[in-house]
Every structure is written in structure tokens, then in C-alpha cells.
Ligand binder design. Structure first.
Ligand code: NAD
Length: 461
């Protein structure tokens, strides 16, 4: 057997393949998207099994959040790609008369896609859809924490795509870092804020454009006008899907004091309704990804008041869906992204006070607000900054390909999903086309006597 190629060799081979121009025609891009669509359809059972093996992810959740969401993205791209790839004519400037002006999207070239473990199939492949649509080649580095899914990704790409076009490199931080030293044309990273900084620094060294899909503490606000029963269902769903290991999960609740007690009752009742009296027995509740994260989450449970849940079982890396009260901003729980099934409930008296608490912290990836008050909704949306937001819902904004998905500030920069995925892997080249005649002399030296004309011309702009 031949030794595996080094990161440098892999990139050089993909660069050579890209240089042949084969990835650029629309027909090739559509063919590759259709091929991936078919592979995902055929291998659905293998995807469900891999995620079950990695952290006992319920098949329903795997289907909805890993398989169906990718299929919907592919369908959307197949429908719109023809339009996206076309050079787009824009208005010309009077100063350049006569000219015709265009925007030509062109593929960056060879891309590196580094994935996170929490939605390991979808988060690694979804950016790759953008790379294919844009006409790029890509090397995928899935997370080492989900070995079954990473192995599956490697097999699927190896069986169905030439490695000089798409390939998987498996491994942990060292492998990532070796890849980051290569002369990629684009880097797309999904993961934590600290590693995002490492990736951004590596990209800066070579001035490689980078998209960073990071995390943070996403707040969920509930005011006294909200429908508490519905809010509880949507909050519990968004928080405890994937056992809370979701980048856009509500990290903590900020509830108006007057409705904190009834909302807690609704939340606890919803937990029983969704997961039964003992969630450890529910087939619909996932496990914590590894021992390190289990211990980290268990430590966060110390010194806080458990309102519901709180049970843990190290052997199965199980942490019950848990509601926590009497929480203060100073506690460790409120200093880092929780990324697990612990939901701290804090209270506020007035909405401006809640907004001030949100704005005193780094800009989150998502913000949720439950309310029936139109003015209050406008206030929250216009006076806070977050990657995305939902009113009277959680998490769902990421499932609409018409909405670009991404962070702001420390929760990331750049967007993807739908057209934004195509754009993330495309350079939008400005093109001005001019005929040889007429060749108006106004801009050429000698400038004597032309200044007054030039001033007049600028008035038309
Ligand atoms: P992580 O940052 O630990 O790992 C992400 C990837 O980076 C993995 O492939 C890993 O191998 C690699 N990596 C780890 N250390 C590295 C290093 N020192 N140098 C180079 N590469 C390195 O993140 P994670 O634990 O896999 O995922 C959880 C985090 O990701 C959370 O913060 C979550 O909010 C965030 N996240 C964000 C999104 C989003 O779309 N914005 C989606 C999912 C997860």
C-alpha cells in the first residue's frame, strides 16, 4: 500500500486539478451536487448509525439536523445555481462613459473546511456544498471527537469523488495545524472561539480569506407578555436537542421577574412531557460527546440551585436536562459557553435592563426573544447585535436557506447557507468593459483647461 499523501502533496494535487478548469463549468458543479445528493440518500442508514455510535444521537434528530437539512440545501442550490454563476450586469458610472459593468463570480480555488463535532456530518458537508457550487476543490478535516462519522465521511468521499477534487483528512489539532500551513485559497472553520483565533492567525500569515463559524453564549429573553406554555416548548426543544450541544442553543434564559415562577413550571412540565419521568431512559435524548466535556459540565453544576434534573451518570456520559435557578453572572456557568444540557434561568425587571445585560457581553451567535409586544420586539432587535435572531422561537432561523447564517464579533465572521454558501467560496470580480471608441480625452493629461469640465462632470455622479 502507498503511504498516505502529506497535506502539502494533497493541496498541490488539488491545485493542479483546479488549474485544469474542470471544476468551473456549471454542468460539472450540478453533477457533483447531484452525486452528493444521491450518496446522502443512499447512505442515510449509515449516517444514522454513525451518529448513534458517536454520542447516541437519536435517529430522528440525526435525520432532521444532519440529513434533511443537507438535502434541502442541495435542492435549493440545484434550483438557483444557474442564476448565481452568471456574470451580473450592474449600472455603469457616468464617469466611465461609455462602459458596460459586471460582477463575475469566480471560485477561490482550493478550500480547507474544518468541522466541529456537534453536528459532525452536516457541519462538515454543508460548507462543502458551497465549495462545489462555487467551483472550488476542497479538503475536509472533520472532528476527531466523532470517529464513526469522520470515518464515514472519508469513505463516502473516497468512493464517490476523485481525491484531487474532494478529500477527507482525519486527525486532531496537529493535523489541522499542518493543513493550516498550506497555501489554501480559502479556509472555512466551524468550532470554538479559542481555536477560531488560532485559525484566523494562521490564515492571516498567508492572507487567506477565512470564514469563522464560532460560538458563544446565546441569550433567550422572555417578557411578561409571552405565551409561556408555547415559549417553554420551543425553549426546551432548542436547548435540549442534541443534549444542548448546539452552537445556537439558548445558553441561558433572561426572564421577566413577574413570570419567572410560572415559566419554570411550564419548562419542568415540558421536560417531563418530552423525555418522560427519567430522561436517561428516553431514546430521544443524546449523550455528552466525551469524558472531558462530561466532567466540565458536571463541574458547572456545583454551587448552583437545581430546579429540575441535575442527575449525572459518568459511565454513560449522561447529564439530565437541567434547569438552574439562583444563578449569578459571576458563577463559572455564566463565564463560558455551556454547550450541554444545563439551562440557567436569570431574571430581569425591565427590558432595557435585560438589553443592557446582553450588551455588556460579547456579541452572541443567536438571540431569542419571546413576547407579544411589538414595541418590545423592535427594541430587542434594534438595540442588540447577534449573528441571528428569532422572535418567539429558537434555533429555527438556520433552516431557511434564504437567511445567511453566521456570527458577529467573537461569534464569528462571514456567512453561509443558500446563496451565502456560494458567496463564501467565490470572489466577486468587478469587470468593466469598454469599446475602443469613442475615447473621450477629458481624463488624459495635459490637464490644463480640463479642470472646470472635470468639476462639472463630478456633479453628474
Ligand atoms: P473546536 O474548536 O475544539 O474544534 C473544531 C475543529 O478544530 C476540530 O476539527 C478540531 O480538530 C480542530 N482543532 C482543535 N484544536 C485545534 C488547534 N489547536 N489548532 C487547529 N485546529 C484545531 O470546537 P468543537 O469542540 O468541535 O465545537 C464546539 C464549538 O464550536 C462551540 O464553541 C460551538 O458553539 C462552536 N460551533 C459553532 C457553529 C457555528 O455554526 N457557528 C456550529 C457548531 C459548533
Amino acid at each position: 500500500m502507498l503511504p498516505p499523501l502529506t497535506p502539502q502533496e494533497l493541496v498541490l494535487r488539488q491545485k493542479a486539478f483546479f488549474a485544469t478548469g474542470q471544476t468551473k463549468p456549471l454542468a460539472f458543479r450540478l453533477k457533483m451536487l447531484r452525486r452528493l445528493q444521491k450518496v446522502i440518500r443512499q447512505e442515510e442508514a449509515a449516517v444514522l448509525a454513525a451518529l448513534q455510535a458517536d454520542f447516541r444521537k437519536p435517529p430522528f434528530e440525526t435525520f432532521a439536523t444532519e440529513v434533511a437539512i443537507l438535502q434541502a440545501e442541495i435542492k435549493f442550490m440545484l434550483k438557483h445555481l444557474r442564476q448565481w454563476v452568471k456574470p451580473r450586469r450592474v449600472k455603469a458610472s457616468f464617469l466611465n462613459f461609455p462602459s458596460k459593468d459586471y460582477i463575475y463570480p469566480e471560485p477561490y480555488g482550493v478550500a480547507l473546511v474544518i468541522g466541529a463535532w456537534n453536528y459532525p456530518f452536516q457541519l462538515t458537508l454543508s460548507p462543502v456544498l458551497g465549495a462545489i457550487a462555487a467551483g472550488c476543490c476542497a479538503i475536509l478535516k472533520p472532528s476527531e471527537l466523532t470517529p464513526a462519522t469522520s470515518q464515514l465521511l472519508a469513505r463516502l468521499l473516497q468512493e464517490h469523488f476523485p481525491p484531487d477534487y474532494l478529500t477527507v483528512v482525519q486527525g486532531g489539532p496537529e493535523v489541522s495545524q499542518a493543513l493550516l500551513e498550506q497555501p489554501f485559497d480559502k479556509i472555512f472553520f466551524t468550532g470554538s472561539v479559542p481555536v477560531g483565533k488560532i485559525v484566523a492567525q494562521a490564515a492571516a500569515k498567508q492572507l487567506i480569506p477565512v470564514t469563522l463559524e464560532l460560538g458563544g453564549k446565546s441569550p433567550c429573553l422572555v417578557d411578561e407578555t409571552a405565551d409561556l406554555a408555547v415559549a417553554a416548548k420551543r425553549i426546551v426543544w432548542g436547548k435540549f436537542i442534541n443534549a444542548g450541544q448546539t452552537c445556537v442553543a439558548p445558553d441561558y434564559l433572561l426572564v421577566q421577574e413577574t413570570v419567572a415562577a410560572p415559566l419554570l413550571e411550564h419548562l419542568a412540565a415540558t421536560l417531563r412531557e418530552f423525555y418522560g419521568p427519567d430522561p436517561a431512559q428516553s431514546p430521544d435524548f443524546a449523550r455528552i460527546i466525551n469524558d472531558r466535556h462530561f466532567q466540565r459540565l458536571k463541574a458547572l453544576l456545583g454551587n448552583v440551585e437545581v430546579y429540575a434534573g441535575g442527575e449525572t451518570d459518568a459511565r454513560h456520559r449522561y447529564i439530565a436536562p437541567t434547569l438552574l435557578t439562583q444563578v449569578t453572572w459571576e458563577q463559572p456557568l455564566m463565564q463560558e459557553e455551556i454547550f450541554g444540557p444545563l439551562l440557567p434561568v436569570l431574571t430581569f425587571k425591565t427590558l432595557p435592563e435585560a438589553i443592557a445585560q446582553v450588551n455588556a457581553r460579547p456579541k452572541p451567535l443567536a438571540l431569542y426573544f419571546f413576547s407579544k409586544d411589538k414595541r418590545a420586539k423592535d427594541m430587542v432587535l434594534t438595540q442588540t447585535s447577534s449573528g441571528g435572531a428569532c422572535i418567539n422561537d429558537t434555533v429555527s432561523h438556520l433552516a431557511n436557506p434564504y437567511l445567511p447564517f453566521g456570527g458577529v464579533g467573537t461569534s464569528g465572521h462571514g456567512n453561509y447557507h443558500g446563496k451565502a454558501s456560494f458567496d463564501a467560496f467565490s470572489h466577486h470580480k468587478s469587470v468593466l468593459k469598454k469599446p475602443s471608441k469613442p475615447d473621450l480625452p477629458l481624463r488624459y493629461p495635459p490637464y490644463a483647461k480640463k479642470f472646470a469640465w472635470m468639476r462639472k462632470a463630478f456633479k453628474w455622479v
